[in-house]
Write a protein that binds this ligand. Structure first.
Ligand code: HMG
Ligand code: MG
Length: 299
C-alpha cells in the first residue's frame, strides 16, 4: 500500500444516523424509496434503521416496516442498530444482515444515550452479541465520544481502549470509532489511532466522523494514512445524535466520494446514482443539506 489505500469501503449510515436526528418526520414509504435508491449506487453497506425504544427515537419508530419493506440487492449488507435483546428480537424478525451494538467511552453520554452506566452496559451487549452470533449474524460495535464528550469534555484514550477491549472480547467483527460531536482534529486522530492499532488490526476498525467543525475529511485523510479503509458517512451530511447536544451531521458521503475519487481511491460508488439519491432525500427533508458537493448541483 502506498500513502493511501487503493480502495475504501464506505458504510452509509444516513437512513439511521441521519434520519434519527431530523425534526421533520420522513414518511416510511419515502425512507424505503430512498434506501432502494441507495442500493443502486454501488454502496455495499447500508445501515437502514435502528431498533431502539421508539419513545427515545420516534423518528425511527417504523424500523420494522422499513427493514421489511426495502428491496434487498445482492452484495449489499443491510444493517441496523440494536441497543439490547429486545431490539435484537425485533431486528431478527425482519431479517437484517448485520446488527450494530453501541455504547460510549464517556460515562455521562452513555447514561444519557442508553440509560445505563458503562459497567451495566457490558452484560447487556454481551447477551446481544451472543444471541446474534447464534443466529449467524455479523456484529458491528460502535464506541461513541471517542474524541470528546458533550458533557465531560476530554475522554481518556485508556477509556476508549478499555471499551474496545471489552467489545472485541464479546466477539464483535468490527469496531467503529465515533467522533459523536465532531471535535476531533487530525493530530488527535493520529494519536488515538496509534494506540488503537497497537492492539487491533486496521481491517477491524472503522472511523465514524461527524463534521460539526469541518474537520471530518481531514480526519479521514489521516486515518487512511494510518491504514484504515472503512469509513461511515451519511448522504448529504444528514445526521447527528439526539443525546449529544450540538452534534451535527456525519461527514457527507457525496463529499467523501468526491475526495476519494479525485485521489484515485476506489469506492465502487457511481456518482450519478449517488447524486440522484441525495437529491431525493434533500427534497423529502425540504431544506438544503450540509453537503458541499450537493451545493454544486443546480437541480
Ligand atoms: P430503558 O427505558 O432504560 O429500557 O431504555 P428498559 O430496558 O428499562 O425497558 C423499558 C421498557 O422499554 C420496557 O417496556 C421494554 O420492553 C421497552 P415495558 O416492560 O415497560 O412495557 N424496550 C424496548 N422497546 C422496543 N425496542 C427496544 C426496547 N428496549 C426496551 N429496543 C434503551 C434503554 C437502550 C432501550 C433506550 O435508552 C434507547 O432506546 N436508547 C437509544 C438512544 C439512541 O438511539 N441514540 C442514538 C443512537 S447512538 C448514536 O447515534 C451514536 C453513533 O452514531 C456513533 C457516534 O456518532 O458516536 C452510533
Ligand atoms: Mg453517529
Amino acid at each position: 500500500m502506498g500513502r493511501w489505500p487503493t480502495k475504501v469501503t464506505i458504510k452509509e449510515v444516513g437512513p439511521r444516523d441521519g434520519l434519527q436526528n431530523e425534526a421533520s418526520p420522513v414518511a416510511t414509504a419515502d425512507k424505503i424509496a430512498w434506501i432502494n435508491l441507495l442500493s443502486e449506487t454501488g454502496l455495499s453497506y447500508i445501515e437502514v434503521t435502528s431498533f431502539v425504544h421508539p419513545k427515545w427515537i420516534p423518528q425511527l419508530a417504523d424500523a420494522a416496516e422499513v427493514a421489511a419493506g426495502i428491496r434487498r440487492k445482492d452484495g449489499v449488507t443491510y444493517a441496523a442498530l440494536v441497543p439490547n435483546e429486545k431490539g435484537l428480537e425485533r431486528a431478527l424478525r425482519v431479517g437484517v444482515d448485520e446488527v450494530g451494538v453501541f455504547m460510549s467511552a464517556s460515562e455521562t453520554h452513555n447514561q444519557k444515550n442508553i440509560n445505563k452506566t458503562i459497567a451495566a452496559t457490558f452484560p447487556v451487549l454481551e447477551g446481544v452479541v451472543k444471541a446474534a452470533k447464534q443466529e449467524r449474524k455479523t456484529v458491528r460495535g460502535y464506541v461513541s465520544t471517542v474524541f470528546g464528550c458533550p458533557y465531560e469534555g476530554t475522554v481518556a484514550v485508556d477509556q476508549v481502549l478499555m471499551v474496545a477491549d471489552r467489545l472485541f472480547a464479546m466477539g464483535i467483527d468490527e469496531l467503529s470509532l465515533g467522533d459523536t460531536i465532531g471535535v476531533a482534529t487530525p493530530k488527535q486522530v493520529e494519536d488515538v489511532l496509534a494506540e488503537v492499532l497497537r492492539r487491533f488490526p486496521a481491517e477491524q476498525i472503522a472511523m465514524h466522523f461527524h463534521d460539526t467543525r469541518g474537520t471530518a475529511l481531514a480526519n479521514i485523510l489521516v486515518s487512511m494514512e494510518m491504514g484504515i479503509t472503512t469509513f461511515d458517512s451519511s448522504l448529504g451530511g444528514l445526521g447527528g445524535c439526539p443525546y449529544a447536544p450540538g452534534a451535527s451531521g456525519n461527514v457527507a458521503t457525496d463529499d467523501l466520494v468526491y475526495m476519494l475519487h479525485g485521489m484515485g481511491v476506489e469506492t465502487g460508488i457511481n456518482v450519478e446514482q449517488l447524486t440522484k439519491a441525495a437529491l431525493f432525500i434533500r427534497d423529502k427533508i425540504g431544506r438544503p443539506l450540509p453537503s458541499r458537493y450537493l451545493q454544486t448541483i443546480s437541480s
